[in-house]
Write a protein that binds this ligand. Structure first.
Ligand SMILES: NC(=O)c1ccc[n+]([C@@H]2O[C@H](COP(=O)([O-])OP(=O)(O)OC[C@H]3O[C@@H](n4cnc5c(N)ncnc54)[C@H](OP(=O)(O)O)[C@@H]3O)[C@@H](O)[C@H]2O)c1
Length: 188
């Protein structure tokens, strides 16, 4: 079974979004997100035609502009209770009755689909709040990659508490673009 990484950008209150939108526009972070989620483990993975998986809640999918979705070069997986088609993405419908085990959660369902696909390299949870909340509680979520922005954007949607279950192991990048922000790797 795969482990996975949750990747998010948060403000200094753990804010993720305000009124359904991300209230900052940081091109360096967008590039970082694209590179991190697209980069394969090694050249062997590339030669074998492998791809990374990005999975997300239906509301996060809806916020990606049409011309940018599906996110290129990655298998896009959308979690929804509606058995709907999302153009260029695979839909996962978690069981409606409350999950009885970690395997039955939305994250668990994605991982079991990945286990059946021969071409998957790395797996990323890319939001939103509902999925992150599930992800930080899932034992297979071994890593968080967080862009932490040093500003309070007065958000109304938040990343869950993670500081007690994960520890900071690496600062990957430090940037300034209007605000200071840094990309960090946290491990369980
Ligand atoms: N700052 C960041 O890094 C970042 C990253 C990603 C997203 N965001 C923001 O986060 C916001 C969206 O987050 P959100 O929490 O409102 O929504 P979300 O997690 O993106 O999506 C929630 C939807 O996903 C489906 N879903 C999720 N878990 C499910 C489960 N266990 N069982 C069945 N369905 C499930 C449901 O879709 P149906 O209603 O179709 O059943 C649910 O309504 C957006 O504003 C976005 O901009 C921020």
């Amino acid at each position: 079974m795969f482990n996975f990484t949750a990747i998010a950008a948060i403000d200094n209150q753990r804010g993720l979004a305000k009124e359904g939108k991300i209230p900052w526009f940081l091109t360096k972070d967008m590039k970082f997100f694209r590179n991190t989620t697209s980069l394969l483990t090694d050249q062997a993975a590339a030669l074998a035609g492998k791809k990374n998986v990005v999975f997300m809640g239906r509301k996060t999918w809806d916020t990606i502009p049409l011309k940018f979705r599906p996110l290129p070069d990655r298998l896009n997986v959308v979690i929804s209770s509606q058995d709907a088609q999302f153009d260029g993405a695979t839909t996962v419908v978690p069981p409606t009755a409350g999950p009885s085990s970690m395997d039955m959660t939305a994250c668990g369902q994605v991982l079991s689909i990945c286990a059946d696909l021969p071409f998957v390299d790395k797996v990323f949870c890319i939001g939103g709040a509902r999925l992150y909340t599930e992800a930080v509680q899932h034992p297979a979520c071994e890593e968080l990659i967080l862009t932490r922005i040093d500003h309070n954007f007065d958000c109304d949607l938040f990343f869950p508490e993670y500081e007690h279950s994960f520890k900071l192991v690496q600062v990957l990048q430090e940037e300034q673009q209007g605000h200071c922000f840094r990309m960090e790797r946290w491990r369980r």
